[in-house]
Design a protein around this ligand. Structure first.
Ligand code: SAH
Ligand code: SF4
Length: 382
């Protein structure tokens, strides 16, 4: 099997080049070609000695996950479905805004944490994504969008290619300015691969994104939050969704292991290292479940000692979810209680509805339940 170079950060590539008897500066050159120029074909790496290019052609590939399809929503939101050989694949979403372009990246196929309102959670866990599959989502989006002239035109489909087209006119040098690990999966449950991929996103030899522009979203894996603070303290979003343990135990089951008191303490510890001086708390609004004024008042108490911002997300429905999003009046009352207490609150706009790119819809319309069944069987046999 040829080595996929997208699996390496720069140190890893240098070490692998060492095994080939090649110098570190050669690894740096190739790293630039791959991540900065978006070149997958070694023959195009013109300043690399021909003998090395031939060696690479025999022993290596630059292989992002294969694109199943790419589609653009009426509001410019772009969604890719990648075929990773299992289940329905994984999805990546690009959200263009005036001053930024945000890429929402997946970290796992499915998710084991089974939050009750999440279609990925309902799908069950299939497997962790490799480094190449995680960074490959950015590679495809970044280089694909860079060379695509009509990228904000509605309903513009691109052909099925996984190698960017370098013949086309360049629109922008930097279509992706921000990355959020908010696609499928729990990023901190795939810790090593996610941290390596984050390192490549931040590396000036690759994408050079600042730590503030890269956000990891977690449902609250406390020990891994501490490790992330040590290893790669990017911006942190925490999926709170409930203001007390009784409710959070039900809708975010990982809370039974790491209850709110421990989670809040971990948030405070994280901020000692973090590039932003606040945590973003995500709060999915579920009608009749967590949207009462009393919940808002409890939240104010809960986060009293954590510098934070709130992001209220209206629930995105999916078939048989059993949940509904609150009425806008209910959301307004909830938001104003938080704001009156001095908290900064944003309400997430729903983007890309027409292509199922909105939050929690990333598992696709027909969830493959086999992962879930396998997990159950596993539980029963151990
Ligand atoms: N596993 C991580 C990151 C992926 S989910 C986490 O849970 O934080 C990204 C965000 O979308 C999380 O805040 C998640 O709770 C939210 N989400 C999941 N399902 C949703 C739905 N149906 N509607 C709205 N938001 C949802
Ligand atoms: Fe997993 Fe996040 Fe969905 Fe919970 S909300 S099941 S942690 S992807």
């Amino acid at each position: 099997m040829p080595q996929n170079l997208l699996d390496f950060d720069l140190d890893g590539l240098i070490a692998w080049f060492g095994e080939l008897g090649e110098k570190p500066f050669r690894a740096r050159q190739v790293f630039h070609w791959v991540h900065q120029a978006g070149v997958a074909d070694f023959a195009q790496m013109t300043d690399i000695a021909k003998s090395l290019r031939e060696k690479l052609q025999q022993q290596a590939v630059v292989a992002p996950p294969a694109i199943g399809y790419a589609h653009t929503s009426a509001d410019g939101t772009r969604k890719w479905l990648f075929d990773v050989g299992v289940a329905n694949g994984i999805e990546t979403v690009f959200i263009p805004e005036e001053d930024r372009g945000t890429l929402c990246v997946s970290s796992q196929v499915g998710c084991a944490l089974e939050c009750t309102f999440c279609s990925t959670g309902r799908q069950g866990f299939n497997r962790n994504l490799t480094v190449a599959e995680i960074i490959g989502q950015l590679w495809v989006a970044h280089h694909g969008l860079k060379t695509e002239p009509n990228r904000t035109e509605p309903n513009h489909s691109v052909p099925n290619h996984s190698v960017p087209n370098h013949g086309a006119a360049e629109i922008s040098d930097r279509p992706v300015t921000n990355v959020v690990m908010m696609g499928m999966g729990e990023p901190l449950a795939n810790f090593e691969n996610v941290v390596t991929a984050l390192g490549i996103m931040l590396d000036d030899h690759a994408y050079g994104l600042s730590r503030r522009r890269v956000t990891v979203s977690t449902s609250g894996l406390v020990p891994a939050m501490d490790r992330l603070a040590e290893r790669c303290p990017v911006a942190l979003a925490v999926s709170l969704h409930a203001p007390n343990d009784a409710l959070r135990d039900q809708i975010v089951p990982i809370n039974r292991k790491y209850p709110l008191r421990e989670l809040m303490a971990a948030c405070r510890r994280y901020l000692v290292h973090a590039p932003r001086d606040f945590i973003t708390f995500e709060y999915v609004m579920l009608a009749g479940v967590n949207d009462a004024p009393e919940h808002a008042r409890q939240l104010i108490e809960l986060v009293r000692e954590v510098p934070c911002k709130f992001n209220l997300i209206p629930f995105n429905p999916f078939p048989d979810s059993g949940y509904e999003k609150p009425r806008s009046e209910t959301m307004r009352v909830f938001r104003e209680i938080l704001q009156d207490a001095g908290l900064v609150v944003t309400t997430r706009k729903t983007r890309g509805d027409d292509i199922d790119a909105a939050c929690g819809q990333l598992a696709g319309k027909v969830a493959d339940k086999s992962g879930r069944v396998m997990k159950r069987m596993h539980k029963e046999t151990v």
